[in-house]
Design a protein around this ligand. Structure first.
Ligand code: ZN
Length: 163
């Protein structure tokens, strides 16, 4: 039995007590969260979110690239969110390698370099600011009054705003 098979059993248990079938499509709290995919960071538990409350977008690092702008533009322009929360975290895997190293490793292994950047970073707070700046600079994001960035500490469970 694979882990996936085990998780499908969990989904069946979830379905058996499911009572959220009438939630509206637009997020009730009007917020989009962009967070790192790190397994130790649970944005729903951390922020007190439930099904129907928010868009939660995740990727390696919680970085802002064209695809995150795509999701945020859809979130705001079509589904009514007006606030954005960015979450990076301590001990992030993105701090452990450089873009050049990773690309060189890929090239050595598979014979070609990727056409995307890893967006690895060396300074958490600086990258939160960079992510925020990319959103503020995007013409596709209409609501920029509340775009706030944070660092979650995976050892303490604390959330600290980056100003
Ligand atoms: Zn991370």
């Amino acid at each position: 039995m694979s882990v996936t098979d085990e998780l499908i059993v969990n989904a069946e248990a979830y379905t058996s007590s499911f009572d959220k079938g009438d939630l509206p499509l637009p997020p009730a709290r009007g917020v989009a969260v962009l967070a790192c995919m790190d397994a130790r960071l649970n944005p729903y538990s951390l922020l007190g979110l439930s099904e129907g409350d928010a868009h939660v977008i995740r990727n390696a690092g919680g970085v802002v690239t064209a695809d995150e702008i795509r999701s945020l533009a859809i979130s705001q322009r079509l589904l009514g969110t007006t606030e954005i929360i960015l979450i990076h975290h301590t001990d992030c895997g993105m701090l452990t390698f450089t873009d050049d190293e990773f690309r060189a490793t890929l090239e050595a292994d598979v014979g070609q370099r990727p056409d995307w950047a890893t967006e690895a970073f060396t300074d958490l707070a600086a990258d939160v600011r960079q992510s925020r700046a990319r959103i503020l600079g995007s013409p596709f994001i209409p609501h920029k009054e509340s775009v706030r960035g944070f660092i979650y500490d995976v050892s303490k469970g604390t959330l600290q705003e980056v100003v």
